[in-house]
Each structure stands twice: as structure tokens, then as C-alpha cells.
Design a protein around this ligand. Structure first.
Ligand code: RIB
Length: 309
């Protein structure tokens, strides 16, 4: 039987307010949307839920607001079987929220108001040090202060823990602070924003990833949506093709990729195979609406994998 990985997510938790719409209002205009969905989200929380559904033991280090979303978010972690000991409410701040707009082809646009996520500080990482030291892998994103991300990368290096950063949403980065990462996993837009070089196709992604590796990052995976992903290291770059799915909402697919990839790697699945599996896990998540609620559990995933691999 595969080893059960222990995964820590130091990251964000949001409430997603998703509107499905055929068009966007012009300034001063009011129009009707087609459908609305309220759900638990946030890149960190989504990655934690994906990892848990794939079978890992998961614990979360996060901050939520002193509003009605805060306790509900903590309760959601509990219900999902994620340890929320280090998820605390911050007085006087709102929870993170994300108004999301999804077009008929499944493409999404997301606005994030960070709220309490911005209050997650290096001292909170220290407060969670004991539990973090017991992890096989720490997963990070950019919806918390960048200083906390850099601090946690350093913590992971010091304790020999695998560390994965999903630089989403994209921000200017200090590449030097990322050299101790095991995996840097942007999507094409984030890779483009961070490096300044266009990522419009697989070839562009390959060049961009090569530049990041030349800049000192050990392993880069650029997720390419319906085009699969690009894996790159000093040993070279490789395109890992997608699986065909009927996508209706791509929101959270990147998070599904990261959470599941961390689990497959932790189980000892070889890297390229872990990327292939994560491609399928992410693809399947786009066949349902929302983020966490569109993620497959391990039994459903394994059944699909058995059919398609
Ligand atoms: O990646 C999708 C997530 O981005 C949403 O859940 C939203 O909260 C934003 O963080």
C-alpha cells in the first residue's frame, strides 16, 4: 500500500462568490447574470482539500476574519478532515473573499480581497513549527504576505521538508529567495507576469521554464490548462499532455493540480507520472462547478485513472 503523506498548507482561505455570466457589464450598466454559487475557496484551502481528498493527512496554517465566514471556514476544514489547529480568527478583519466570474466556455476571472489572509505572519509559522516539522511536504501560494512565504521556504529548507510554491496570484518575486524550493508551479499567466516573457504555447512555456531554472529554481512546472503541463529542471524540459474532459468551470483546477501532485509525489510516484496524474485530477475538477466541491475523492479518481491510463 502507498505511504500516506503528511501535507501542510501554509496559505489562504477565501469564500468564493461565483457568478456565471454570458457577458460583463459596461461602466454604469446593469445586466443579468445566469447563475450564482457560494462556496469555500482560497488557493491554500483548495489545495489542502484536494490533498485530503486524494488521501493525505493534511493540516492548515491560515487566518480567517471575525465575520460569519471565519467560523464556517474553520468548520469546513474540520468536516473535510483537515486539522485546523493553526487556523485562527483575526479580530477586526474580514475573511478573504473572491468574487469570481465564469463564462459559458468555463473560463474564469477572479478578484481576491485578501482580508485576514494578509495577517498570516512569520511568527504564525513559528507558532506552528512543531506540526510543520512533522510534514513530508509544505505547500505555499501568494495569497498571504510574500515575507511569510519566503520565511516558510527557509523553514522547510532548514528542516529538510519538501516545499512547493504556487505563485498565484502572480507578484514580483525575488528569485534568490526561491532557490531552496523543490517545485515552483505557476500557470501560464503567472509565469508570463513573473518572468516578463510571453507564454502563449508549449514552446514558450519551455523557454520560460528554462529561464527560471537558469535563474536558480530547481524544478519548474508550468500548468497550461487544456494543454497539460510543462515540467522542467536542469535535466531538460518535457511537455506532459492533458486528458480530454468536458470542462464547464476551470476555477480551482490549478489548486487541484497542486494538492494532488503533492500527494502523488509523497506516495513515491515518480515525478513525471505524478504530473500526469495531477493533470487528470485537475482536468476532472473542471467538469463540476466551483472549486472544492468539484474535486474528486480518491476512489473516483482512481477509477478514472484506471480507465484512462
Ligand atoms: O484558484 C481558485 C481560487 O482563487 C478561488 O477559490 C478563489 O478564492 C481564489 O483564491
Amino acid at each position: 500500500m502507498a505511504k500516506r503523506p503528511r501535507i501542510a498548507v501554509v496559505g489562504s482561505a477565501n469564500i468564493d462568490l461565483t457568478t456565471f455570466t454570458n457577458q460583463f457589464p459596461k461602466p454604469g450598466e446593469t445586466i443579468f447574470g445566469q447563475k450564482f454559487d457560494l462556496g469555500f475557496g482560497g488557493k491554500g484551502a483548495n489545495q489542502a482539500v484536494a490533498a485530503r481528498l486524494c488521501g493525505a493527512e493534511v493540516f492548515m496554517v491560515a487566518r480567517v476574519g471575525s465575520d460569519l465566514f471565519g467560523p464556517a471556514t474553520i468548520e469546513n476544514f474540520r468536516k473535510q478532515g483537515i486539522d485546523p489547529t493553526h487556523v485562527k480568527q483575526v479580530e477586526g478583519l474580514s475573511s478573504g473573499v473572491a468574487p469570481i466570474f465564469v463564462e459559458p466556455n468555463g473560463q474564469n476571472r477572479i478578484l481576491v480581497v485578501k482580508g485576514a489572509n494578509d495577517a498570516l505572519k512569520p511568527a504564525d509559522v513559528d507558532a506552528a513549527a512543531e506540526i510543520l516539522k512533522s510534514a513530508d511536504c509544505i505547500v505555499l501560494q501568494f495569497e498571504i504576505p510574500v515575507a511569510t512565504v519566503y520565511y516558510t521556504i527557509e523553514f522547510a529548507r532548514k528542516h529538510g521538508i519538501r516545499c512547493i510554491l504556487n505563485p498565484a496570484p502572480a507578484q514580483p518575486v525575488d528569485l534568490g529567495a526561491l532557490k531552496d524550493l523543490d517545485y515552483f508551479v505557476p500557470n501560464e499567466t503567472e509565469a508570463e507576469t513573473i518572468t516578463g516573457s510571453p507564454v502563449k504555447n508549449v514552446e514558450d512555456a519551455k523557454k520560460c521554464a528554462e529561464n527560471l531554472v537558469a535563474g536558480g529554481i530547481r524544478r519548474v512546472i508550468i500548468t497550461l490548462g487544456a494543454n497539460g503541463s510543462l515540467l522542467s529542471s536542469r535535466d531538460g524540459g518535457e511537455h506532459v499532455p492533458p486528458f480530454v474532459v468536458n470542462a464547464i468551470d476551470s476555477t480551482g483546477a490549478g489548486d487541484a493540480f497542486i494538492g494532488s501532485f503533492a500527494v502523488f509525489l509523497g506516495e513515491g510516484v515518480p515525478e513525471k507520472e505524478a504530473v500526469r496524474r495531477a493533470n487528470l485530477y485537475a482536468g476532472l475538477s473542471t467538469t463540476g462547478v466551483g472549486t472544492q466541491k468539484s474535486f474528486y475523492d480518491r476512489a473516483r479518481f482512481d477509477a478514472e485513472w484506471a480507465k484512462r491510463s
